[in-house]
Design a protein around this ligand. Structure first.
Ligand SMILES: [Fe+2]
Length: 330
């Protein structure tokens, strides 16, 4: 790659020199994770119930893994489909416009089928939402008041392969940030379950949030004065975009646009086998889709005050790196 290409958002990603860590299950992933200083930690818990009994050690491991910016893997926690629900494991249920089939406030979006089909899809996604909520409540009781404000999705399409702009290309390492929905520092906790009976879901994960932010923060242009109010007025954004939101979008775009970073940054491949579940704060973990199909996902939005350690949040990290508060209104 030529030096001039370094920050080009265009072009294809070549094969990255990845250090593969293999399946998440097994003794290797039970160890406390090496490379904690730079690499996203992968931490396993040997749970097989969506309502595990209270266990202080498991709770502590879950909190440290998630709020520390790692991925918490539950290799034996499967989300079981009923015999009738197996028919939903097909991209034919997607209406082809939306990337995912979603359920919000009891309404299915992005799906096609008759009333009975849509009811069946809603029932499956709703049951997953309830299970994910039970799990988060059991493992992370401080988050319990927020599990009801969640949205859920079913992803029957292959994880990659769609032609997308570089900004929407989730096969590039990124942290999640939403251009139209400023969240003012609120956290994005996601619970994923691989319901494909045969194939792994495969991700790449990258370096810790702080070193990534140190790389890309200097490249982000300041917000134009008045632009947050204008974007809100024009309804480009739902509410006002804070400086925090601006920086998070800058990190998202900066990492995706830098193909040399995508190839050469610290990273590893993580495989999530059929019947496994995993959680992470996707606004903190550098992640990229590699392959897979048929996944259920639950998003829970948490205020920073709900965290066990608010100082570990991206908001706190960015404020430390910038040396100023990032939620002041303009
Ligand atoms: Fe993402």
């Amino acid at each position: 790659m030529r030096a001039g290409d370094r920050r080009s958002p265009h072009g294809k990603l070549g094969a990255a020199p990845l250090a593969s860590r293999g399946p998440a299950a097994g003794p290797a992933s039970q160890r406390s994770v090496a490379h904690t200083a730079i690499m996203t930690a992968i931490v396993s818990l040997d749970l097989d119930s969506w309502r595990p009994p209270p266990d202080a050690a498991a709770q502590q491991r879950a909190v440290q893994a998630l709020e520390g910016g790692g991925v918490l893997v539950l290799p034996r926690l499967a989300f079981a489909l009923s015999p009738e629900e197996h028919r939903f494991l097909s991209p034919a249920w997607s209406d082809a416009r939306a990337k995912n089939i979603s359920l919000e406030a009891g309404v299915v979006k992005g799906a096609r089928g008759d009333a009975a089909d849509l009811g069946g899809l809603a029932g499956m996604i709703e049951r997953f939402a309830a299970a994910a909520g039970d799990l988060v409540t059991a493992l992370l009781p401080r988050y319990a008041p927020y599990v009801k404000r969640a949205r859920s999705s079913f992803r029957p399409q292959p994880a990659i392969g769609r032609t997308l702009s570089w900004r929407k290309d989730d096969s590039r390492l990124h942290v999640d940030a939403f251009p139209s929905r400023p969240n003012h520092g609120a956290r994005i906790l996601r619970v994923f379950s691989n319901i494909n009976p045969q194939s792994d879901r495969v991700w790449r994960v990258g370096e810790d949030f702080a070193p990534m932010a140190q790389t890309f923060l200097p490249r982000i242009r300041p917000q134009l004065p008045g632009s947050p109010a204008l974007l809100a007025l024009l309804r480009v954004t739902k509410g006002t975009r804070s400086e925090y939101d601006h920086l998070m979008l800058g990190l998202h775009d900066g990492a995706k646009a830098d193909l040399e970073y995508q190839r050469s940054c610290p990273q590893q491949t993580v495989r999530f086998p059929p019947g496994s579940t995993w959680l992470c704060f996707s606004d903190q973990v550098m992640h990229a889709a590699v392959s897979g199909q048929h996944m259920l996902e639950q998003t829970i939005h948490l205020p920073v005050t709900a965290l066990y350690d608010p100082a570990s949040s991206p908001l706190a990290i960015l404020q430390r790196l910038c040396g100023r508060p990032l939620l002041a209104s303009h």
